[in-house]
Design a protein around this ligand. Structure first.
Ligand SMILES: Cc1ncc(COP(=O)(O)O)c(C=O)c1O
Length: 386
């Protein structure tokens, strides 16, 4: 038996997605830029996919651009805002995904931007008072880059709240919505935001394809230069199978969002309650009782010999989970996020991120709880049964 609990790293392809992708692979080999029939058929599929994505997020079709995934979309948002929109200063957090954090650090290190980090509260949520203050302190043209949900902790921001603060100070707002796209309703016709991003493999679509929403007011130049694909903004022959798969996956994710959310929330709450009830000295990271992604539970276990190779031991026992982001998945090295949010006294504890999907079952959570009893100390009343 194998149990997959690393759905923040990536997700299994939905069968319906495989079906539409396979059909396109078999039937649509035309280059979407060719003007004859095969090309026009491929072009029509891409434009249909764009309509689906735009509809799901309340955008107009001209505001959606397909990319190779979340990393490229976030790079594009940040680098184009600096190059083309006059952004001189960016405010972000130290717990962004590396594709945002490293992009910001590299722009700051070559002097292209001033970089400020907003304070985090004790529960790892963003301190909006501090954000307000930082924005009030400077006249430089500023963009705020705050991820919608942290991929390691699950802590979320309220897009509307942050958008209101940005508008008050005339700042641009980019949010890495890679972890929430398909999981929470996002409506850019109601929430003023300059850039959001999505990655298909996080919502049961294919890897290597994503998209960026760029608000119509932002006149940016091409990010990848070459041909005139994606209305001149991102050159290169389109990943047509991926794009069709992405649109199908997003459509399914939103169609089933409430049912999946209820199921995953129930499993996560069960896991949290049972961990607390059955095991010694369990801590949870992130705003678990506040604004939090329902699919993520970051758990900190007490340090003891068997917890040293916790992820490896879990893997041997049939359970896939990670220590942090996919970059540190399967490795026992610390993550930048956990290192920042952990108090010195807890430095030796072991953190495991369990991230669930609608495909998980209560029996799987019970299996995990039983296996954990062989790795981490149980409370006196709970006994080892396997
Ligand atoms: C919050 C967040 N942003 C960006 C990315 C990068 O997305 P991709 O894997 O599509 O490049 C990830 C995926 O790990 C993520 O979790």
């Amino acid at each position: 038996m194998r149990i997959y609990l690393d759905n923040a790293a990536t997700t299994a392809l939905a069968p319906e997605v495989i079906e539409v992708m396979t059909q396109v692979m078999q039937e649509n080999y035309g280059n979407p830029s060719s003007i004859y029939t095969e090309g026009r058929k491929s072009r029509a599929l891409i434009e249909e996919a764009r309509k689906v994505v735009a509809r799901q997020i309340g955008a107009s079709i001209g505001e959606v651009f397909f990319t190779s995934g979340g990393t490229e979309s976030n790079n594009m948002a940040i680098k184009c805002a600096v190059r083309d929109l006059g952004v001189e200063r960016i405010i972000s957090t130290k717990i962004e995904h590396h594709c945002v954090l490293h992009t910001l650090e590299s722009l700051a290190s070559c002097g292209s931007i001033a970089l400020d980090f907003v304070k985090l509260k004790a529960d790892t949520s963003v301190d909006l008072e501090d954000l307000n203050q930082l924005l009030a302190n400077s006249d430089q043209k500023t963009m705020v880059c705050l991820m919608h949900s942290n991929n390691e902790l699950g802590t979320m921001i309220d897009l509307d709240e942050v958008s209101a603060v940005c508008q008050r100070h005339n700042a641009l707002f980019h949010s890495d919505t890679v972890q929430t796209m398909g999981f929470f309703p996002i409506d850019v016709s109601k929430t003023k935001i300059n850039f959001i991003t999505g990655s298909a493999h996080k919502f049961h679509g294919p890897k290597g394809v994503g998209f960026i929403y760029i608000n119509n007011d932002n006149l940016i130049k091409p990010y990848i230069e070459g041909g005139s694909q994606e209305r001149n903004m991102r050159a290169g022959t389109e990943n047509i199978y991926g794009i069709v798969g992405l649109a199908k996956a997003l459509e399914l994710a939103y169609e089933n969002q409430e049912t999946h959310r209820a199921h995953v929330t129930e499993l996560r709450n069960y896991l949290k309650t049972e961990l607390e009830a059955q095991f010694e000295d369990i801590q949870f990271n992130g705003a678990v009782d506040g604004r939090h992604h329902y699919k993520v539970l970051s758990v900190s276990f007490p340090q003891q010999p068997k917890s040293d190779l916790m992820l490896l031991n879990l893997d041997i026992l049939g359970i896939s989970a990670s220590g942090g982001s996919a970059c540190s998945s399967g490795s026992e090295t610390g993550s930048h996020v956990i290192n920042i949010v952990t108090k010195p006294a807890d430095a030796l504890r072991k953190t495991v991120r369990f991230s669930l999907s609608h495909l998980n079952t209560k029996a799987e959570i019970d299996f995990l709880l039983e296996k954990l009893k062989t790795i981490t100390p149980v409370k006196e009343k709970a006994s080892v049964t396997s």
